[in-house]
Ligand binder design. Sequence first.
Ligand code: NQM
Length: 357
Amino acid sequence: MTGSDGVRCTLMRGGTSKGGYFLAEDLPADPGARDDLLLRIMGSPDPRQIDGLGGAHPLTSKVAVVSGSADPDADVDYLFLQVAVDTPEVTDRQNCGNILAGVGPFAVERGLVAAGDDETSVRIRMLNTGERAVATFPTPGGRVDPTGTAGISGVPGTAAPVVIEFPQGEGPLLPTGNVRDTIAGTEVTCVDNGMPVVLIPAAALKITGYETPGELEEDVRLAGRLEEIRLAAGHLMGLGDVEGATVPKPTLLAPPRHGGAVTTRTFVPVRCHTSIGVLGAASVAAGLRVPGGVGEGIAQLPAPGDRVRVEHPTGFLEVDVHVDPGSTVVRRTAVVRTARKIFDGTVFPRSAETAPI
Ligand code: NQM
């Protein structure tokens, strides 16, 4: 493909992330060729992504690849790809629940799923993890209507709600088999309710947990400690060598300050999240519900059955998580997000012949 060949693309905000949504049939089937093309579309590697669609932050350098599903229990397949900003890397090693919020509306608009008269539910198989989600959103008159009254922290204004439900996952909630592990001298809880996360009391790393993402990103000592813990946690969680990988996500915990259950600062994993990932929050909420984790004594949990409000740098994310009492079995997880189509058209990748500067 040359620089003059365009590719059909829909740019969408999904939750607090933004990315390019593609039909799988519009991208090369070969993963190497696909990733090379996506790097040139997003403008990577370049810290400013000046020559592509990317927004110079991991949260705005994302891609959804969507197709009809061959699985009778799913309507569509969704593959999430994280396109690195300043390195020439594309990874499918993590899922993304924010970009997931746009998959249902995209599937309707691109003709993969027929819209219902009032609302539409799309059954999504998430290829990164093999897990499932059902997204339900309004389709008045059989059309996607992104306008509505649902607000989510980190996004100005309101929009139509996209309710996302995750059935019981198949993998273990505590991938190390322990409710607490001591890693590099720090007690942590490793948890995976859709996203591998390492829960770390902020105080154990000698910070308050209320710092801004910018302040935390400037803390070189903290970055070193987090990476040391993350690399060791990767092995313990069965993820193997996670050097250069985007999982697991270290999440710092501190007591809530705004009526929620806990304050969080999540690293993705180098930049500090300006809010929190959807599945990351699902993992935090489930991890807090398991007795004996490092969140005990920090979090203020609501009654069983009530939503867990996870505070983050720009507000909160509420997670409806049902963990069987006294166990590590998560029966169901649900969140409300919003999503919006920003443009639909033809994107022109940087030419393959142009070497990145
Ligand atoms: O955890 C960022 C995001 C995410 C992932 C990240 C996400 C999730 O906010 O489900 O949404 O953790 O890299 O988009």
